[in-house]
Design a protein around this ligand. Structure first.
Ligand SMILES: O=P(O)(O)O[C@H]1O[C@H](CO)[C@@H](O)[C@H]1O
Length: 333
């Protein structure tokens, strides 16, 4: 018999307990689950308007900070800080190493909007929701996005601490029919069938390599293919061996939805992985992947990465200025 619904309930994460202590399924507000109901343009506009009304900055460059990489946001000057729980329609960030704040300010003299922490599907969010802040950035005026992540190094030539510039990704969830672009398409964001080749801008990769040379970290720079798995479990040996056969160089649990949504709405993308741990592909190995190691490596490499991103942003802004007279700020038209 179906459990009786009661007004006298104790709230649980999903459903609730009625007065007899029986579990009651949550009442579905919508006929379709979250996964097929991306926020409408108007809902995204509400979030971007909230930010624009509370900051004087008008950035054209957005940055997403990966696990343990949020220290960059601390460098911003004249910054306005918005915890995710204060921004309309934003979910909560629940992962250690992800502060959960949108920070808008000047990186050196370039205005940027920075996600200090991201959303992952293993936190329980649909792929579109993980990537939703990218659309918010778009509607605040962002045209160029830098996406960073912590990832396991699968290419045997990689070392912990290396920086892998993404030249491509494998959208593993897409193979199973899921996508951040699934559901009704709104042409105001982009086309129903967007192309994903050339997602990682060649010119920006060149520029980043030059920056790495200039600041003396070019020996750590790699270029490769990233795969996103759903997590939160790290991979088995057999899974990693399969991924290596598929041409994967680094493994993570993020980035791909954000990049797909960014490309869908016409943004220029630069992305890199900090290789925080070695993927274990040997059955006799004793070690195990763990998030503490990921955060520890990110902390150790924070200074180099902060300098790297700061210089990449400066060079991007200079190129944007020479291309169209804007210095990374929308209001300098
Ligand atoms: O991709 P980011 O958010 O940098 O974090 C990576 O590190 C966590 C696992 O240690 C996962 O969230 C994985 O995706």
């Amino acid at each position: 018999m179906a459990p009786e619904r009661s007004q006298e309930t104790v709230t649980l994460t999903n459903g609730s307990l009625n007065s007899n202590g029986h579990y009651v399924e949550p009442l579905m507000k919508h006929p379709l689950p979250d996964i097929d109901r991306p926020y409408t343009y108007e809902v995204i506009e509400q979030s971007s308007r909230f930010l624009l009304e509370r900051t004087k900055h008008r950035p054209r460059i957005g940055i997403i900070c990966g696990s343990g990489l949020g220290g960059l946001a601390e460098l911003l000057k004249e910054k306005d800080v918005f915890p995710y729980e204060e921004i309309p329609n934003f979910p909560a960030s629940t992962v250690p190493g992800h502060a959960g704040r949108m920070v808008i300010g000047l990186l050196e003299d370039v205005p940027v909007i920075c996600m200090q922490g991201r959303f992952h599907c293993y936190e329980g969010y649909a792929l579109w929701k993980c990537a939703m802040p990218v659309r918010v950035m778009k509607l605040t005026g962002v045209t160029h996005i830098i996406v960073t992540n912590a990832a396991g190094g699968l290419n045997p030539a990689y070392n912990v601490g290396d920086i892998m510039l993404l030249k491509d990704h494998i959208n593993m969830q897409g193979f199973a029919g899921d996508s951040p672009l699934k559901g009704r398409n709104d042409e105001r964001f982009g086309p129903r069938f967007p192309a994903m080749n050339n997602s990682y801008d060649q010119r920006l990769r060149q520029l980043a390599k030059q920056v790495a040379k200039d600041i003396g970290i070019d020996q750590y720079i790699r270029e490769g293919v990233y795969v996103m798995l759903g997590g939160p479990a790290y991979e088995t040996v057999a899974e990693l061996r399969l991924l290596r056969m598929l041409g994967v160089d680094a493994v993570g649990m993020s980035t791909v939805p954000e990049v797909m949504v960014a490309r869908h709405c016409g943004m220029t993308v630069f992305a890199f992985s900090l290789i925080t741990n070695e993927c274990i592909t040997d059955y006799d190995a004793q070690g195990e992947a763990n998030h503490e190691e990921v955060i520890e490596t990110a902390n150790k490499r924070q200074n180099d990465l902060n300098l790297f991103v700061t210089r990449v942003v400066s060079s991007m802004a200079s190129e944007m200025t020479s291309a169209n007279g804007k210095n990374g700020s929308v209001d300098e038209n």
